[in-house]
Write a protein that binds this ligand. Structure first.
Ligand SMILES: Nc1nc2c(ncn2[C@@H]2O[C@H](COP(=O)(O)OP(=O)(O)OP(=O)(O)O)[C@@H](O)[C@H]2O)c(=O)[nH]1
Length: 388
């Protein structure tokens, strides 16, 4: 089938007409095969010249539309031509069979094709017209005193229409599935973009607010029922890392948050005299320093902790299951580690402000205390850790 279906460069998979183009191709290939087989069956098995002629006309028209569509890629013309051809041949067949031998069953294909190819408005009109003709044929049958006899033709009609229905519905399901998948992926991308800092690839401030809010709400509830554990080595729930995370939109934190009982520390980190780096080496170097520092900080953190870019040259860490003493020890180690690094050929230092969660804290108040601690560290001469 793929060999016969031409892929048009002007209709890539994300083009609104992509699936219409596919359906035109599929429908025309299916109708050509159907008309060819039906013509043979009607000629050789039923000896019906009338139906053989009808099928041959269908085969020729399908081929002409198929050929024209492959040459021009004109979706609108091909959609209308296919719909009119399919519905009028079905109607011609049903009328010539006087609606007998389940020939009316073919009309159920008309809405499937017309709605998809020419839209709701015209699809409704053509389907209603087709069904009106069917109703009229049935009415005529009711007026006919002769009893209806079921022949082999009826069996063929039922089988052929069922196969066509299954093929079309399979196609629609594929279309729907592919559409939803694309939408879901796009939503994930958008969510990721909204939560990520473009420069460093870390989570951004919005994400921090969201995570802290959830974390502290659960913490406040749990504080009423469970005592805090007091060691960083205890098994703790995790927060996603921002950098290089394959799926930052589905943090492990959210899955584990309900089990959360442990102490939380928030650390605000600021590069000392960053303005001088920009002034002396330019903003591009400044940007590279920010990226490199983000990776250095990330490399020194546990998988369980969260690092975000707060804005400018400031970062925030959220440490789970970490007591105040552990946090001071850890941040001091981090400060010394950064001071020893050569970042873009520069030696730089950081100041850190630490705040430990207490039961009165909200997301805003704990960040505010960490910020005050950072201010203290700056006023103590920078390159140090201060506690709120
Ligand atoms: N290159 C670059 N610079 C930035 C970015 N965001 C903020 N800055 C710069 O960071 C500098 C921050 O300067 P200040 O707030 O005076 O702080 P500082 O020079 O680090 O001094 P202290 O914090 O007091 O040690 C400003 O020059 C901002 O322009 C960024 O995304 N890229």
């Amino acid at each position: 089938m793929k060999f016969w279906l031409k892929q048009f460069a002007q209709y890539p998979p994300d083009h609104p007409d992509y699936w219409r183009v596919q359906l035109i191709g599929y429908t025309l290939l299916i109708t050509m095969s159907y008309f060819f087989i039906l013509a043979l069956i009607n000629l050789l098995y039923f000896n019906s010249l009338e139906y053989t002629l009808l099928d041959s006309v269908g085969l020729c028209i399908s081929f002409v539309i198929f050929y024209h569509f492959r040459k021009t890629g004109h979706v609108q013309i091909a959609s209308w031509a296919t719909t009119i051809m399919v519905s009028s041949l079905i109607m011609l067949f049903a009328i010539s069979a006087k609606g007998q031998s389940y020939s009316l069953f073919w009309s159920t294909l008309v809405p499937l094709i017309s709605f998809f190819l020419i839209g709701r408005k015209w699809g409704t009109l053509i389907s209603c017209l087709t069904f009106a003709v069917c109703a009229f044929l049935v009415y005529q049958q009711t007026q006919d005193p002769e009893p209806v006899t079921i022949r082999t033709q009826a069996l063929f009609n039922i089988i052929e229409v069922c196969i066509a229905q299954v093929l079309l519905i399979r196609f629609y399901e594929k279309t729907r599935f592919s559409g939803y998948k694309k939408l879901a992926l796009r939503n994930l991308e958008i969510q990721k973009m909204a939560e990520t800092d473009k420069l460093t690839g870390l989570y951004n401030r919005d994400k921090l607010d969201k995570v802290l809010e959830q974390l502290l709400t659960i913490k406040a509830v749990n504080n009423d029922v469970m005592p805090d554990s007091d060691s960083r080595d205890n098994k703790s729930p995790s927060i996603d890392k921002g950098v290089d995370d394959k799926n930052p939109t589905e943090p492990r934190l959210l899955k584990l948050i309900s089990r959360f009982q442990s102490p939380i520390s928030v650390v605000m980190i600021d590069i000392d005299h960053f303005k001088r780096i920009n002034d002396n080496h330019g903003h591009l170097v400044g940007d590279k320093v920010l990226c490199e520092l983000a990776h250095i900080l990330q490399s020194q953190m546990r998988n369980d902790d969260l690092l975000v870019r707060w804005g400018g040259e400031e970062f925030v860490m959220v440490l789970l299951n970490t007591t105040l003493n552990d946090t001071i020890e850890l941040t001091e180690r981090l400060r010394q580690y950064v001071a020893k690094q050569n970042i873009q050929g520069l030696a730089l230092t950081i100041s850190l402000g630490v705040a430990q969660y207490n039961s009165q804290d909200s997301a805003d108040s704990i960040l505010e205390r960490a910020d005050k601690a950072l201010y203290k560290a700056k006023s103590q001469g920078r390159n140090c850790v201060a506690v709120a």
